[in-house]
Design a protein around this ligand. Structure first.
Ligand code: G1P
Length: 295
């Protein structure tokens, strides 16, 4: 596969974390009607679907096992990472080697496990559904709506913090006070030292989508997590929270009361590709980076 854009020695992290979980059961309402019959994770960024960027980031961070939590109408995600013998035969017949290679590379990329989330009860519920697939070991979570472009894969930066602290890790970025109500906002534990030049920050907890007046900091959780298996016990006990959903944030907050949890301020640029505006911006980013003809 192409690791263009990433300068990271993934051998450093191979085997540390074995599974990356992709919650992908949502309806993609912000993209309707485009997502009426098609999973939002399959929307293209130039020529690759969104989910492929996430899978490539996890691979580049040394993770080889991908588990996708899906729902009704998400078959196209599985098909994308499967072998398409008919298509390959046609491309071969036509001598279209470039596209044949691209199509084969995706099929060879990963072995996917899919887990069905029958009810949409929130991000925490989606993660809980994957408990059996993950087993009793630390694992990564990646939200496919949050694309992060940078020279080091964001998940690899979280991995670095995990290795150094042995704590659960959440990826964070700074947001304006007017934006806190869109994110989980972390509560830094200022009695403990930060590390990595202030980029790894011990936490007291996390609050889901507070308004500016109640936000404990300006550091917002963006869809990258490394979590210890204890999170599953916390999720089982987490009551329905904001919007009646089982919030991953609430379970991480409880976890932080009993185990170290740190935030890692990642260095890349994040795009919210679950919104049409963020998706357009991300398309421009990729196009300007890889297709000089667009400049
Ligand atoms: C989810 C999480 C939130 C996090 C955000 C990042 O919210 O609940 O804590 O900050 O992802 O994208 P959602 O965007 O699914 O409402």
């Amino acid at each position: 596969m192409s690791r263009k854009g990433f300068h990271w020695n993934e051998e450093l992290t191979v085997g540390l974390i074995n599974k990356c979980l992709f919650p992908a059961a949502g309806y993609g309402t912000r993209f309707l009607p485009a997502t009426k019959a098609m999973p939002k994770e399959m929307l293209p960024l130039v020529t690759k679907p969104l989910i492929q960027y996430g899978v490539e980031e996890a691979l580049a961070a040394g993770i080889t096992g991908m588990a996708i939590v899906t729902g009704r109408g998400k078959r196209a995600i599985e098909d994308h990472f499967d072998i398409s013998a008919d298509l390959e035969a046609i491309l071969e017949q036509r001598g279209d080697i470039e596209h044949l290679r691209a199509v084969r590379a995706v099929a060879d990329m990963v072995h996917l496990v899919t887990i069905r989330q029958k009810e949409q009860l929130g991000l925490g519920h989606a993660v809980l559904m994957a408990q059996d697939a993950v087993g009793h070991e630390p694992f990564a979570v990646m939200l496919p709506d949050d694309l992060i472009f940078g020279t080091t894969p964001a998940l690899a930066e979280l991995m670095g913090a995990y290795v150094a602290t042995q704590a659960s890790v959440v990826g964070v970025m700074r947001v304006a006070p007017t934006e806190t109500h869109r994110y989980g906002i972390v509560d830094p534990d200022t009695t403990l030292p930060t590390s990595d030049e202030g980029r790894t920050i011990p936490l007291r907890g996390v609050v889901e989508k507070p308004d500016a007046a109640h936000a404990p900091s300006d550091l917002a959780v963006v869809g990258r997590y490394i979590l210890g298996p204890k999170i599953f016990e916390r999720l089982e006990q987490t009551p329905h929270g904001l919007n009646g959903e089982i919030q991953l944030t609430d379970a991480i907050h409880t976890l932080a009361q009993e185990q170290p949890v740190v935030a890692r301020h990642f260095s890349g640029t994040r795009y919210d590709v679950g919104s049409p505006e963020g998706w357009l911006r991300a398309n421009l980013h990729v196009a300007l980076d890889h297709l000089p003809v667009f400049c």
